[in-house]
Design a binder for this molecule. Sequence first.
Ligand SMILES: [Zn+2]
Length: 727
Amino acid sequence: MVLTQELTDIHQCLKQYFGFDSFRGKQEEIVKTVMNGQDAFVIMPTGAGKSLCYQLPAIMMDGTALVISPLIALMKNQVDQMHSLGIEAGYLNSSMTKGDYEAVKMKAIDRILKMLYVAPETLVRDEFMDFIRSIQLTFVAVDEAHCISEWGHDFRPEYRRIRPILSQLNRDVPIIALTATATPKVQLDIQKNLQIEQSPIFKTSFNRHNLYYEIRPKVNPIPEIVKYIKQNDKKSGIVYCLSRRKVEEIAEILNMNGIKAVPYHAGLDSETRSNHQDMFLHEDVQVVVATIAFGMGIDKPDVRFVIHYDVPKSIESYYQETGRAGRDGLEGNCILFYQFNDIVKLEKFMKDKPLSEREASKHLLYEMAAFCESGVCRRKQLLHYFGESYDERQCNKMCDNCRYPKELFDATEETHAALKCVHELEGKFGFNYVIGVLRGSNNQQIKEMGHTDLSTFGIGKDIEERHWKSILIQLVVNDYLIKDINDYGFLHLSPKAEAFLQNPYKVNLVTFQDFSQLEKEHAIPVEEVKVYDPVLYERLIVLRKEIAKQHSLPPYVIFQETSLEEIATKYPLSIQEFENITGVGAGKAKKFAKPFIELIKKYVDEFEIERPEQYVVKTQGKNSADKLYIIQQIDRKVPLDEIAKYKEMTFQEVIEKVEQIIFSGMKLNLEYYIRQVVDEDKLEDIYDYFMSAKSDCLADASKELGSGYSPEEIQLVRAMFYSEKAL
Ligand SMILES: [Zn+2]
């Protein structure tokens, strides 16, 4: 290793350690500013080379730079990366042994360590401050500085104390704050908090020209996701979900469908999490399914797709998470599955939060919904959110709305009405209020404020509220209206709007698209699913009869008709594919599928059938945790009614779950319970009935057996019968 002191030229250092011939964007200016001992505020999107802005000066300067970082995983990742470049870096955190902790400190005292990563919580400790006073501190870098704004207010108050603590050092230490995401509001908050309002700001455009943004209606997303990933075999990707349960479920479904995937969420222990992270980084798995906890600072340049199974909680989160795709500047596809219902669900989750927080979160959520439902260039909207104006003609069809343009309408009148209304309200009200006035709402506040007298009151009563919302959003995105960056989001006029009001001209806006309608259109009609091969179906029926005879069982016990229809649609050719057929499951497939597979093989050859280019998606079914619990309890011979009580389910729900478990191929021994609750004679009668019946229909059974047999009894015995005969 070359002694760093010998490096005098930043270009030489750039080449030697990072392997680049030249700096990108504003990196060089930033590096020079930091090396001159000045504060700096760096706003750069993910993937633009943000870390290098402090890493390079740290390498070149004599002493140790303190890097404040929010997460242990992030510190570890950065330190590993530095080590791989041959640079001495370390971190101090609570997960370390005392020996390791002291060793890192010694390296700093000996001026060997170039960078020391800590969380803000470490910074506030007296012991740590004493140590910092004893080392040659070059500068302080606050990485992911938006945490000051985002987290500092509630659960990580130390984030807001960085400046006061540093001032206790009694010497001037330059601060470089870095963030990959900052709306104008967050930006101001960071500057004020770190007292760097007077320092230069280095802002890089947030445009990620290589990312393709697409919003799809969330109708039946799992098969779409499986299909997409299979089509993008060998490409790395991330699937984001909001709940841990969903993460586990989707990871499992992907694996069931032959896609190597691991879950990642805060409920996993740290060892498992870091294992899964490494597996993804080293490409032992193709996909990581994660809650938002994953990815902060994880620098995998070749993530080719980011799929949002759930709608993110804000546009900012969406930008941040999609930003993990295509960091190398190559392909990056971002697909979000959206339905308005998810917004409603998220809103419900917030109901226990304090009012102010709830209002703020709700506001962010509705911005996200508006973004999804809008027909305006996605890139334009995103950049607008970060305070950049953007000409959508530059998008180059790299978003769904530019690739498949939505219809425009002449909105001159509406624009005029909306702008005039905002003018009359003197810029002191937000979206909903403006819409209320335009639509002539009965709202008490509007009455009390005397706004029923305005010339625009009720002028747009024929236009639906959500249409108005879409119009207003477009007026904001197109720089007619300016939305305040404070919490209230008041609307006021831009110079462009003032000019328009004086001298109106034709304005075209994108027609409101009804996403709930789109969701319906995208749903697959029921008839479509039922198209099966009638010739094969007949042959399957014949074979089923033979097999049933051999086993002395009624045919429906082998495979039900609905299963046969699906078989005659999908032509399964292996046991595994059979397991994917509804109502079959592993047990039945193993026991009965073989002769069917032979038949289908012969049939496919005979008629030269090309099997549909389909992706057989195996789903795990809902509430697998409940099912697991039921299986365990039945194994321990716990009465079903007690299981129901404990799980707060109805008895009927438990029976249905039991049936689902059995139909999916798992044998359950129910005798212990049935013998307690069903009379011996009745049990035999019901059992005999199913042995000779044509179908397993409960209503038929009830009719045939008569009123002395309760539906529960029949259903329970049927489940037992299935478990004993079909598995
Ligand atoms: Zn676009």
